[in-house]
Design a protein around this ligand. Structure first.
Ligand SMILES: Cc1cc2nc3c(=O)[nH]c(=O)nc-3n(C[C@H](O)[C@H](O)[C@H](O)COP(=O)(O)O)c2cc1C
Length: 204
């Protein structure tokens, strides 16, 4: 069973969550996980101005995803930073190249799930994940979130990402906050949960 984690990260927060999601996937026997980045659409000049060139080097060795790879996965977890309450343009552009898969129904019945990050606590994590789900539903995917059986999404003793829609982290306005232990646990839970459901569907 193949589980694909496809993401975009500019400063490393989504990359870190993606690694935790992969750890969760690996907890399910027989699951094979692949980490993939979507292609960059910004020039190095723009990335430099955004202070992202150096940060991106840390995960430059993660292979760039092809559209075809989506079709051969049994489950796909998508990671995107919030951009004005929506998925980032790099992810949008990648998904807008999946028309051939849509025409063939290539993703119908596969499990799809989304995780995200934002600078601020209420900066659009839920809207990013929920609006992403629209694309997954157009592809006929079975949308899976982060159930409340991951009970630590209910904690209020510390600031934390994570909602029934998916795991998430709060990066801070300068990207200074790293994913917390609770947020990483949520990402692991999501990876394992998605994979467990996909395993049941593959057996049918
Ligand atoms: C163009 C742009 C728009 C953004 N929009 C939002 C936003 O609506 N809300 C928010 O909290 N953060 C916003 N951010 C901050 C990013 O979500 C944040 O840098 C990102 O989650 C960090 O993840 P990364 O390190 O994986 O790139 C925006 C950043 C950029 C560059």
């Amino acid at each position: 069973m193949k589980v694909l984690i496809v993401y975009y990260s500019m400063y490393g927060h989504i990359n870190r969550l993606a690694e935790a999601v992969a750890e969760g996937v690996k907890k399910v026997a027989g699951a094979e996980v692949q980490l993939r980045r979507v292609p960059e659409t910004l020039s190095d000049e723009v990335l430099q101005k955004m202070g992202a060139l150096e940060a991106k080097k840390a995960f430059a060795d993660v292979p760039v995803c092809t559209v075809e790879e989506l079709g051969s996965a049994d489950a796909i977890l998508f990671g995107t930073p919030t951009r004005f309450g929506n998925m980032c343009g790099q992810m949008r552009q990648f998904l807008d190249a999946t028309g051939q898969l849509w025409a063939k129904g290539a993703l119908v019945g596969k499990v799809g799930s989304v995780f995200t990050s934002s600078a601020t606590q209420h900066g659009g994590q839920e809207s990013t994940i929920l609006s992403f789900h629209i694309t997954l539903l157009h592809h006929g995917m079975i949308v899976v979130g982060l159930p409340y059986t991951f009970q630590d999404q209910m904690r209020i003793d510390e600031v934390t990402g994570g909602s029934p829609y998916g795991s998430s982290t709060i990066a801070g306005t300068k990207g200074e906050r790293l994913p917390s232990e609770n947020e990483l646990a949520a990402a692991r839970f999501q990876g394992k949960h998605v994979t467990t459901i996909a395993a049941k569907l593959v057996k049918l």
